[in-house]
Design a protein around this ligand. Structure first.
Ligand code: CA
Length: 510
């Protein structure tokens, strides 16, 4: 081989090697680019925040300027419903994308535990290369699984100086819970994040859950004003069955001095006492909401400042709705609108049209599927909801759901709301109180406050027939064969109050 030829081969070799290196580096960059394009997902969930206590939903009693940003800069969903209006069960549905009779967490009784060994969305996103984290309220009576970082409250948690469990280690924190949970969310984003990966953060507030303890900044907010009462404040439950008449969640009788923080003035009786209690209750509730609003504002500001906002999808919702004096109640559990409805706003710059509103019916059941879809991960076939990413992008599928299935199990228990299941369509709602064997039907167009069941009205006979068929179809679709019921209560069984032991139904079985 001549010297020239050797030199030529050497140079050619260098060129090929160099091209190979450049090519490899290019592929790596491409992969990094693709990784950058997978959006971060921040799922913000408060606890018991009813849509009618958000100004973007037309609240008549408060303002939520920071939360409203998500509606103004993203999409507001006007028909978002929960499948079981209770804290723990809702969370189990969010994680698994399955109804409670399948994920096993049907109610909040002490014996209920979430089986965290089952597949759920955080595990799936983690496996797909997302860095995953959960901070704040967890409430599933087990340690979180599928999260690279977690820092959660034990059980319901405390408002002031709460204990938090960080990666298995318990410690008492100084401060107000809504601020502390936000500090933790920001700490994850700022300091614990792996910038080479997209992240999935579940940022769960305890507020505004009962016992509604306001933060130090909002203790005197609303002091100088009366909060308007809702139109159904003096509901007498005429036109509805046993369940509405027999709950233990009325403003008048069931708000305790512990809830109200002071004893009511002795001279107050009847309606005057009820009005006084409502003001105490609703002001503390709204003060707690104000703190959530401030803190979500802090998080959104950081996303803006850091440049993360552009490629981060932000969800805001609550684990279900709440009665804000509506029907004379606090709490939730019923399939009635105030309790069934969840607020939901989603911001995704460049994909969701700012200020858009969706009237499509979406559920907490759809969240896991939507997160997976956003991350480009295939949705497992046994998940029961559906991704609404197309709705976010302005292309609602023609075959989107036109009805939803609801089921509540926790009875007998605190607040004594009877077991029920039912179907809601755009216009109607059929509820079956299965242990009472009573039905209610509401025409939401004519009776938006659900004051008069028209179940026995012959004019609605066809509607009843259709809805019963739809209910049966949904039960079959979601594989609910009534084998999961919770403790059985039979008509005529005594329910006693006071002594907890006595209160248990005699023949209750698990
Ligand atoms: Ca809740």
């Amino acid at each position: 081989m001549s010297m020239q030829r050797i030199l030529f081969t050497f140079v050619l070799g260098l060129v090929v090697l160099g091209a190979g290196l450049v090519g490899r580096a290019g592929a790596k960059e491409k992969a990094a680019d693709a990784e950058k394009k997978r959006p971060n997902i921040i799922y913000i969930m408060s606890d018991d925040h009813a849509a009618h206590a958000l100004s973007c939903y037309g609240s008549k009693i408060n303002k939520t300027p920071n939360l409203d940003r998500l509606a103004n800069e993203g999409m507001r969903f006007d028909r978002c419903f929960c499948t079981n209006s209770l804290c723990g069960p809702c969370r189990a549905v969010v994680l698994t994308g399955k109804y409670n009779h399948l994920n096993g967490f049907i109610d909040n009784r002490a014996s209920s535990r979430f089986d965290a060994s089952q597949p759920h969305v955080a595990k799936m996103l983690q496996k797909a290369g997302y860095q995953t984290a959960v901070v704040g309220k967890w409430h599933l009576r087990c340690e979180p699984t599928g999260f690279d970082y977690w820092n959660v409250l034990p059980g319901q948690g405390q408002y002031y100086d709460p204990v938090m469990i960080e990666m298995g280690k318990k410690s008492k924190r100084k401060g107000y819970v809504t601020d502390l949970i936000t500090d933790s969310a920001l700490d994850f984003i700022k300091n614990r994040r792996d910038p080479s990966k997209p992240f999935f953060l579940m940022y769960h507030h305890k507020a505004p859950h009962r016992r509604w303890e306001p933060g130090p900044k909002h203790l005197t907010m609303y002091d100088d004003q009366d909060i308007p009462e809702p139109p159904t404040f003096n509901d007498d439950y005429k036109g509805r069955g046993t369940a509405a008449h027999s709950t233990e969640m009325t403003i008048e009788k069931h708000l305790t001095p512990n809830d109200l923080k002071v004893k009511p003035p002795k001279d107050l009786k009847g309606q005057a006492l009820k009005k006084w209690k409502y003001q105490r209750y609703i002001k503390d509730y709204l003060r707690c909401v104000a703190s959530v609003d401030d803190n979500v504002g802090r998080l959104l500001d950081y996303l803006d400042k850091s440049g993360l906002a552009d490629n981060t999808v932000v969800f805001y919702t609550s684990d279900q709705g709440f009665f804000l004096g509506d029907h004379s109640w606090f709490d939730k559990r019923f399939m009635y609108e105030e309790s069934l409805r969840m607020p939901l706003m989603v911001r995704w710059p460049g994909h969701v049209k700012p200020g858009s509103v969706s009237k499509d019916m979406v559920l907490n059941l759809d969240l896991a599927e939507t997160f997976l879809d956003l991350a480009g991960v295939d949705v497992p076939k046994d998940m029961q909801g559906r991704s609404y990413k197309p709705i976010l992008e302005g292309h609602a599928p023609d075959d989107w759901r036109k009805s939803m299935y609801y089921r509540y199990y926790e009875f007998p228990a605190v607040h004594m709301v009877h077991k029920q299941y039912g179907v809601r369509t755009d216009r109607y709602k059929l509820i079956y109180f299965n242990e009472l064997e009573e039905w209610e039907l509401f025409d939401l167009e004519k009776d938006p406050h659900e004051l008069n069941s028209v179940y026995d009205d012959p004019a609605y006979a066809d509607v009843v027939k259709e809805l019963k068929a739809e209910l049966a179809r949904l039960k079959k679709l979601y594989k609910d064969d009534d084998s999961v019921t919770g403790p059985v209560w039979k008509k005529g069984d005594p329910i006693r109050r006071g002594n907890k032991k006595k209160r248990t139904v005699k023949n209750a079985k698990k």
